[in-house]
Design a protein around this ligand. Structure first.
Ligand SMILES: [Zn+2]
Length: 293
């Protein structure tokens, strides 16, 4: 859900991410601390696409390359609400700190790489050092520094005793122009006093959370968008990956009698027989001017 605040240059977006993060956990087999870190980044990417144009191929990807045991997390969200991602080391579970999953411990220091593809011209790339490792503050820092959009961000994932996602939520409020200090202070105070965003989301839903966050001003111009964990992989794309390997590697796969291409995001496996690889090799040779290198 997204909306505007009345009489002040603020806009807000909130995402209820339980279903998305649970699907992501299953696809990547993440352990609790990794689930929380991954879920936060996925929801962060969704929040950042909320103001892109609907039904366009516009997308935002967030990649955290870090020193902590999780090593790398990637999330890619589309303007139409689909999100996917991967975790390099999904089997991270650390002792909780003050009852909360230790995302900071799993991530540690590192770099946040952001790519915004608006479907016109070259995608926009930006990299910024992580300032906290909790990810919400890191995204707020990125938005303020790289996009000149001072923002407040909260992200949270709660897992049950079996490691399944119990609740997940994200909240982002942007400034979109001059905002009086008094109003900024009210917003900061709200975010500072915010307990568990995942719990609040489960209780109030995205609209309720936004109404509460923007209560001093009131909210209007509501837009709702469905979000889902969805991978865009296909057999055709897997073929493309194989062709990109080039002739020598394809010949090696041919000698092996075939191969399998596994999607990094959803884990789906595409098998290619010896005959299919022969066809790919032939395609490479038939390409105009191509020698298949
Ligand atoms: Zn896939």
């Amino acid at each position: 859900m997204r909306c505007l605040a009345r009489g002040v240059n603020l806009r807000g977006v909130a995402v209820e991410g339980r279903g998305v993060v649970e699907a992501a956990r299953t696809a990547q087999d993440t352990w609790p601390t990794a689930t929380a870190a991954f879920g936060r980044l996925l929801m962060g990417a969704l929040l950042m696409t909320a103001f892109l144009e609907d039904d366009t191929p516009q997308r935002v990807s967030l990649q955290v390359v870090c020193k902590g045991p999780i090593q790398e997390i990637f999330a890619e969200a589309h303007a139409h609400g689909a999100v996917r991602g991967y975790v390099v080391n999904p089997h991270v579970h650390l002792e909780p700190v003050e009852g909360k999953l230790d995302v900071k411990g799993a991530v540690g220091g590192g770099t946040l790489h952001v790519v915004k593809d608006l479907g016109i011209g070259e995608p926009y790339h930006s990299s910024i050092p992580l300032v906290s490792g909790e990810l919400a503050l890191d995204l707020a820092h990125y938005l303020a520094r790289s996009e000149q959009l001072p923002s407040a961000v909260a992200l949270g994932v709660k897992v049950d005793s079996e490691g399944r996602v119990e609740s997940a939520g994200g909240l982002l409020v942007h400034t979109v122009g001059e905002v009086p200090d008094r109003d900024l202070a009210r917003l900061e105070e709200y975010f500072g006093s915010l307990g568990s965003i995942s719990g609040l989301m489960a209780e109030k839903g995205p609209r309720g959370v936004l109404e509460e966050a923007l209560a001093p001003w009131g909210s209007y111009a509501w837009v709702e968008r469905a979000v889902e964990w969805r991978c865009r992989c296909s057999r055709e794309r897997a073929r493309g990956t194989l062709i990109a390997l080039g002739r020598e590697d394809l010949k090696r796969l041919l000698e092996q009698g075939g191969t399998r291409v596994e999607c990094r995001f959803c884990g789906k496996v595409y098998g290619f027989s010896r005959e299919e690889i022969l066809t790919l090799l032939k395609e490479l040779e038939d390409r105009p001017g191509g020698c298949g290198k």
